[in-house]
Each structure stands twice: as structure tokens, then as C-alpha cells.
Design a protein around this ligand. Structure first.
Ligand SMILES: [Fe+2]
Ligand SMILES: [Fe+2]
Length: 311
């Protein structure tokens, strides 16, 4: 079996005290994917660009495909461990923002120390994905806060650099505290989640009420929710929805949780849907040149965000 590892290079902020160890999870359970991009590659197969041929379901679930097996294992762990209590624990742990403080641009460079050992030549690094997303938004003439949102939307993936398991950083997100929808990818694995047999959490509404609004709903923990809390005082509401719900495919693609949403959520999800194609389909053949774009993005950061942010 091939062993994949994420390695950290050029890590100027390295502080071993920051690296949490997870005694409760084995190494395989922390990093089931060769790289966190495997999740996004998989999303792209699930939601191909309009005009591209969609894969047949049998073809999509080809269990002989080694990458598909790791994605499947990734979702098995994600659906097993993302419970209501797990989300509260992670919020208590990470929303204290007591790990690092640095300028946004440095945080992006910090994120970029997350590299994929298994496939170094093929995948774009994190910064290139973010620049391509943002540049595609800019090219379409959208407002500058929308461009900035494209640029920072995955910054929360720094959670990986704090030693967090991949399934607690990336992956489709979904509400916890109420019944899991069968429209969430690999929903069969929710059988392994203790909340699935807990009557506080396994009814249609669980701990929530009809139309209560997503702000009252706890989402599975990952880079979306984390970055939302970092940016919530600084960006316009549509930007915050894009950041917070961009991996909530069960809603923005499948409308599986309409019963929890209020009118404002429905209005704001137009923005989430507007953002999603830039995230998924903006890979251009020519990688962006960071040095040519840095000045523009630093100005944009300075316009909306504080001089330093706390992680
Ligand atoms: Fe993302
Ligand atoms: Fe992204």
C-alpha cells in the first residue's frame, strides 16, 4: 500500500507547541487522503462543469480506483466522528484564536507550506488555487470584496497545519444536531455516527426549529466555519455566507436543508451559488504569477481586513 504524507516545508513559524497531537486517532485516521486536494477533485467529479459529460454513478463509485478508496475512507471517518459534541469541542478549542497572530498575506504563505508529497507536479498549490479563484472573479467584473473572498476562502485550511485530521478541515459540510440528510455524499456512513441513534439529534429538526436560520445551526467543523469566525466582523454579509457555506453542497446544490433556512439565508445562498463555480472551475492552464499579483491583493486585504489576524 502506498503511504502518503503531508509535509511541511519552509515553515518559518514552526512552533512544535502549536502542533496538537491526537492520541485518539491513528495516523491513518488523521490523514486518510494523499492530499486534501483529493476531496476537491472528487467534488469536481460529482459536480462537473456544465457542458462537461457527467460520470455515470457506477463509474463514479469505482471502488477499484485507489483515489476513490481514500476519498471513501475520508468520508467514513468524517461521517463517523463529526458529531454535535465534536463540533462544540472544536469550537471551544479553535475559536479562542490563541495559536498565532500574523498579517493575512503571511497567513496565506503559512497555508502554502501545506504541500502534497504524493503528487508535487500536478496539483496547484493552495495559493495558486486561491489566486485563480480570485482572478476569475475579478475578470468577471465583480465587486472587490467578492474578489477578496475568492482569495481568502480556503485560508481556514491552516487547521491542517495545527495537526487537525483532514476530515475536520475539508469535506462537504452538513448540519449536526438534527437528522443527517441522505443527500450528503456517502450518507450511508452516518450509521457509524453516534448522533444517528441519539433521539436528541436524529429527528428532522433535532435541536433546531423550522426556519430557525442557519446562524443558529451548527455545521460540521472545518475550514469554512473557522474562517467565518476569523472574518465575521470585517466583510459584507454575502462574503461571509460564501466563506461559511461554500462546502455545504447538500444545500447549495441539493437543497436538502431548506427546512432550517430563513428568508435571508435563501437570499444569501444566491451568492454562495454564484461563488461555487469560481471555486470549482477556475483552473486556468497558466498558473498565476504571485509576484505580479501580490501588490493588488495586499491593497485589497488592507482595505477590508485588520493589519494582523489571529488564528
Ligand atoms: Fe474550501
Ligand atoms: Fe477552494
Amino acid at each position: 500500500m502506498q503511504v502518503f504524507q503531508l509535509k511541511i516545508v519552509n515553515f518559518p513559524f514552526n512552533n512544535l507547541l502549536d502542533m496538537k497531537t491526537h492520541a485518539t486517532y491513528s495516523t491513518e485516521e488523521i490523514n486518510p487522503l494523499g492530499s486534501i486536494e483529493e476531496w476537491e477533485d472528487d467534488v469536481l467529479e460529482r459536480y462537473p462543469e456544465p457542458g462537461q459529460p457527467a460520470k455515470k454513478k457506477e463509474e463514479f463509485r469505482n471502488y477499484d480506483n485507489p483515489q476513490r478508496d481514500t476519498v471513501r475512507e475520508f468520508y467514513r471517518l468524517n461521517h463517523k466522528y463529526q458529531t454535535y459534541d465534536f463540533v462544540q469541542e472544536k469550537k471551544n478549542e479553535f475559536l479562542q484564536f490563541n495559536r498565532k497572530e500574523m498579517p493575512v498575506w503571511n497567513a496565506m504563505e503559512f497555508l502554502n507550506t501545506l504541500v502534497d508529497d504524493s503528487d508535487p507536479d500536478i496539483d496547484l498549490d493552495q495559493l495558486q488555487h486561491l489566486l485563480q479563484t480570485a482572478e476569475a472573479i475579478r475578470a468577471d467584473g465583480h465587486p472587490d470584496w467578492f474578489v477578496l473572498t475568492g482569495f481568502i476562502h480556503d485560508m481556514g485550511k491552516v487547521l491542517c497545519l495545527f495537526g487537525e485530521p483532514q476530515w475536520a478541515v475539508v469535506g462537504d459540510t452538513f448540519p449536526v444536531g438534527c437528522r443527517f440528510s441522505d443527500k450528503v455524499v456517502y450518507s450511508e456512513f452516518f450509521e457509524l455516527n453516534p448522533d444517528n441513534s441519539d433521539e436528541r439529534y436524529n429527528t428532522k429538526y433535532g435541536v433546531y426549529e423550522h426556519g430557525c436560520g442557519l446562524d443558529k445551526v451548527h455545521m460540521s467543523w472545518g475550514h469554512d466555519e473557522y474562517l467565518y469566525h476569523i472574518t465575521k466582523d470585517y466583510l459584507p454579509e454575502p462574503a461571509l455566507y460564501m466563506i461559511r457555506y461554500h462546502s455545504f453542497y447538500a444545500e447549495h446544490r441539493e437543497q436538502a436543508y431548506d427546512h432550517l433556512m430563513n428568508d435571508n439565508d435563501r437570499k444569501m445562498f444566491d451568492w454562495v451559488r454564484k461563488f461555487n463555480p469560481y471555486d470549482l472551475y477556475s483552473k486556468s492552464p497558466k498558473p498565476p504569477v504571485v509576484s505580479e499579483l501580490k501588490h493588488y491583493y495586499e491593497d485589497l486585504i488592507a482595505k477590508y481586513l485588520p493589519a494582523t489576524i489571529k488564528l
